[in-house]
Design a binder for this molecule. Structure first.
Ligand SMILES: Cc1ncc(COP(=O)(O)O)c(C=O)c1O
Length: 435
């Protein structure tokens, strides 16, 4: 791989630049950036990577973890299931302690398995059981399309349809994000019609972090099941899932968890369902009681807890980078990461507000508890010109992403972005928008 040189994107010294450097100098987590591979542009300059909400950077330790498994497979063949350096049969269990820590869950409530949408379907098989009247699902109006496809296809599977059975909660007219009180009011109004409330931890488009605890409580109070899509929350915001008491949650590991494209996802099933044999589930041998899994008993007897929802044996090569990344999270600690994240994203917000008034509308809430790392910027220009800014940004070495028709998403990641990165990126954004 080509080496990046430090080539500066900064356009001259000024107070803000000096402030950024001072913040970096005082940052106890600054050293972690060195533990990641940073992509370079065609001139060999390190890009300013603000795309971690889409695909996290590669931890340098990931290659060694994957190579270890390849070496053990070469050396041991099938014996690796028991004799690999990290035996493959319980391999995925190594992820559980750190995942539980990130989610505020009990270890038996979490499992690394499959990918997000697959897990969402598996969870809905168990926790979306519509009846004659309790047969509606509530989601947010701009839910990630895959979630909506999954929900609508589950409705159809049960002979229901989106027109009658899907409630899509939109922000109030003239507002960009959802209000907790509006969601609660609607949940209470639907009451016994509502079978499932499915909400994001952090909304993918706006970056809004929902106030999950009262929302989950409202859903449970009226007797609905409550599920969460934590794709943009895990490794980003701090959660206490066990205490907040949803029925299930699902996530992917390629965003803030830096486990690589298509990495193994995960699932949370609350402890109160650990031995719930009443609910149907789609079963497979990996969910069967570990003690007699290899006795090939024809009758399925699930493992207690989230692992009982597994179907197949774990994908070792896509779980290895997750273990590498989780080890970094364990060392850095989520409270310290969150503290830096709040400072970093706040710094980005203030710079944008100071330098780009009228040109950019930040649609992400400004209160720290209502957002994670990501800022979603509405570029106040007609569509083709707005998108050109994003293209200029990419050409100038700033990686974010674009959501049609006019939203630029940038995430300042506390593990590998610095205050100087933020300053430089806003500098480039300013040039692109003032051009
Ligand atoms: C919020 C959200 N939900 C679901 C998905 C789909 O994930 P997967 O392709 O892993 O099923 C994504 C992917 O980016 C996402 O951002």
């Amino acid at each position: 791989m080509r080496d990046c040189h430090a080539g500066s994107h900064l356009s001259g010294e000024n107070l803000s630049s000096a402030a950024a450097s001072a913040l970096d100098a005082a940052d106890p987590l600054a050293g972690f950036a060195e533990e990641f591979h940073h992509p370079c542009d065609s001139a060999g300059r390190k890009v300013l990577y603000f795309g971690g909400h889409s695909l996290g950077l590669q931890p340098k330790s990931a290659a060694k973890m994957v190579e270890q498994e390849l070496a053990d497979w070469r050396r041991l063949g099938v014996l690796g299931h028991h004799e690999a350096t990290r035996p493959w049969i319980p391999y995925h269990e190594r992820a559980a302690p750190a995942l539980a820590e990130l989610l505020g869950a009990v270890e038996s409530e979490v499992v690394a398995m499959n990918s997000l949408t697959v897990n969402l379907h598996l969870m809905m098989v168990s926790f979306f059981r519509p009846g004659a009247t309790r047969n509606k699902v509530l989601i947010e109006s701009s839910a990630f399309p895959s979630d909506r496809y999954a929900v609508v296809s589950q409705l159809q599977f049960h002979g229901l349809n989106a027109a009658k059975n899907l409630i899509e909660m939109a922000p109030r007219a003239g507002e960009r994000t959802l209000r907790t009180e509006d969601l609660i009011e609607r949940i209470e109004r639907e009451g016994s019609n509502l079978a499932l409330v499915l909400l994001p931890g952090v909304q993918y488009l706006t970056g809004q972090s929902l106030d999950l605890e009262p929302l989950i409580a409202a859903g449970r109070r009226i007797g609905a099941m409550v599920g969460l899509d934590l794709a943009h929350a895990i490794g980003n915001t701090q959660m206490r899932l066990h205490d907040w008491n949803p029925d299930f949650a699902v996530w992917c590991s390629y965003k803030y968890l830096n486990a690589g494209p298509g990495a193994v996802g995960g699932c949370f099933v609350h402890e109160r369902h650990a031995r719930n044999l009443e609910r149907p589930r789609f079963a497979g041998w990996w969910g069967h009681n570990k003690a007699d899994r290899f006795l090939y008993d024809p009758t399925f007897n699930p493992i207690d807890g989230a692992q009982g929802w597994q179907i197949s044996n774990p994908p070792i090569l896509s779980t290895a980078p997750l273990l590498a990344s989780l080890e970094i999270f364990e060392r850095a600690g989520m409270p310290a990461l969150r503290k830096k994240s709040i400072a970093l994203t706040g710094f980005m917000q203030r710079l944008i507000e100071q330098r780009l008034p009228q040109l950019v509308e930040i649609i992400t809430p400004s209160a720290a508890q209502q957002r994670g790392c990501q800022l979603s910027l509405r570029i106040a220009r007609p569509a083709p010109a707005a998108k050109r800014c994003q293209e200029q940004l990419t050409a100038a070495g700033v990686i974010g992403d674009w959501r049609e028709p006019d939203v630029l998403r940038l995430a300042a990641i506390p593990l590998y972005n610095s205050f100087a990165d933020v300053f430089a990126a806003v500098d480039i954004l300013t040039s692109a928008l003032r051009a």
